[in-house]
Design a binder for this molecule. Structure first.
Ligand code: ADP
Ligand code: MG
Length: 206
């Protein structure tokens, strides 16, 4: 049996990751494909517990190294329990955020050395890389406006922080144009989905 494909959605808060990943899940299911959607941090019991610590507004003392390692810990468990076994079964695995989020938020956003994040990331993900990453690029103010009033511990950070994250994603996309596709998140849901689907079909046919 051939290995599945690993497709990730990335971008700032409110850019449309959940919307587009669900639309893609439904479309691929309707086409009879073996497909599964998971989200990071979380997805399995241990990782969901780590997620709760990460997003808890009471954890004001958490430093950036602790934060980085917790994201990696949640990821390591998800990779072991879900991502690798599903890919081995031939599943198309859609993931709402992955390692690029840690590079963008803790690296470009918080100033943790990007090279350190990449090497810990290789360890946590056992060298696994997405086959395709769809980065939905959106103005930060518009993204937070779409999210509304209920912001979690990470979302509450300053505009300057969120702009660093966005620019981090843009530089990663310039460094890896073959893997990371930049999509204008200000387009309509359907216009974005047409672009997503065209690129995903190309990846699935490879
Ligand atoms: N292309 C779009 N144009 C306008 N609003 C959108 C678009 N895509 C998603 N939304 C809305 O914006 C909000 C945030 O979208 P969501 O998919 O949850 O973003 P994310 O998962 O990236 O944080 C939701 O209310 C969603 O319905
Ligand atoms: Mg979401």
């Amino acid at each position: 049996m051939s290995r599945g494909k690993f497709i990730t959605f990335e971008g700032s808060e409110g850019c449309g990751k959940s919307t587009q990943s669900k639309m893609l899940l439904e479309r691929l299911q309707a086409a009879g494909r073996k497909v599964r959607l998971i989200r990071e941090p979380g997805g399995v019991a241990i990782s969901e517990k780590v997620r709760a610590i990460l997003l808890d507004k009471a954890n004001t003392a958490m430093n950036k190294e602790c934060e980085t390692l917790l994201y990696m810990a949640a990821r390591a468990q998800l990779v072991e329990e879900v991502i690798i076994p599903e890919l081995e079964k031939g599943t198309i695995l859609l993931c709402d955020r992955f390692l690029d989020s840690t590079v963008a938020y803790q690296g470009y956003g918080c100033g943790v050395p990007v090279e350190a994040i990449r090497s810990i990331g290789l360890f946590a993900a056992k060298g696994l890389q997405p086959d395709l990453t769809l980065f939905l690029d959106l103005d930060v103010t518009e993204g937070l406006r779409r999210r509304g009033a209920q912001l979690d511990r990470i979302e509450m950070r300053s505009m300057e922080y969120h702009n660093k994250v966005r620019n981090g994603y843009l530089s990663m996309a310039r460094q890896e144009p073959g893997r990371i596709m930049v999509i204008d998140g200000a387009l309509s849901r359907d216009a974005i989905f047409d672009l997503v689907l065209a690129r995903v079909e190309k990846t699935l046919s490879q």
